[in-house]
Design a protein around this ligand. Structure first.
Ligand code: MG
Length: 249
């Protein structure tokens, strides 16, 4: 599939999808408390999405069984919400949420600390978030995709962290996952030239230790190979003639 360039009308719809997604994340983040199940987070998030007149993009996507991915501590991504999984003080919880508004998707992830968390966990969350912002400094028309990838990797690795290789960001629009792939680590090729109207989901997944990950038996949940923590930060952005526009904040 070719990389799509969005029209002004499509950009307006993606702005609205992103605005709603930003609200869902900030409202959901405030609701996370010790003692809550990951299933309760999913139920609450799905209700918010539908109350805003949107659909959860991830429900049934590739047969995923829930609306929100809830990944705790050493879980990197794709944690399946469960009524048996209780979050506790000191945990870190990554929420990956997609919303569909009038046929257009927005995708974003945040990692939240539950109550008081360790200094190390807080730093991992901050660096993961900042690695996104380091990357999008290069998300400008005329630059190449690899400029973003390299910047994310260089920043995260300067703290000794591992950058997940097995999963990457992506184009987004009428499909949740469109071309191009957006790696969070340097490629041998410079990648596509960025053009105004491209919409990308940039999503560093950063591990406290090794970059290596494993699949759990549920065939969804991805965990760090060494059992150390992982954090995730993602936004849907628009390439413009000038600075990138973050659509999902
Ligand atoms: Mg994504």
């Amino acid at each position: 599939m070719a990389v799509t360039i969005k029209s002004q009308r499509e950009i307006e719809l993606m702005r609205e999808a992103g605005r709603i997604l930003g609200l869902v994340h900030s409202e959901l983040g405030k609701e996370i408390k010790p003692g809550m199940t990951t299933k309760a987070i999913d139920r609450l998030g799905e209700t918010m999405i539908r109350d805003y007149g949107c659909k959860p993009s991830f429900l049934h996507l590739y047969d995923y069984p829930a609306s929100i991915c809830v990944s705790v501590n050493d879980e990197v991504i794709h944690g399946i919400p469960s009524k048996h999984r209780i979050i506790r003080e000191g945990d870190i919880v990554s929420l990956d949420v997609g919303v569909e508004y009038k046929g257009y998707h927005s995708d974003a992830a945040r990692t939240w600390g539950v109550g008081e968390i360790s200094k190390e966990a807080a730093q991992l969350i901050d660096v993961t978030r900042q690695s996104f912002f380091e990357g999008i400094k290069y998300a400008k028309a005329g630059n190449h995709l690899n400029d973003i990838s390299k910047a994310i990797q260089a920043y995260a690795e300067s703290f000794g962290y591992g950058v997940v290789r097995d999963f990457v960001g992506h184009g987004i629009g009428q499909q949740v996952h469109e071309d191009p792939e957006v790696p969070n680590f340097a490629q041998r090729k410079k990648g596509i030239k960025l053009m105004p109207g491209m919409t990308l989901a940039i999503e560093p997944m950063i591990n406290q230790g090794t970059w290596e990950v494993e699949w759990m038996a549920d065939e969804w949940t991805i965990v760090t190979a060494d059992g150390k923590l992982s954090a995730h930060y993602e936004n849907t952005i628009l390439i413009t003639d000038g600075e990138p526009e973050i659509l999902s904040i």
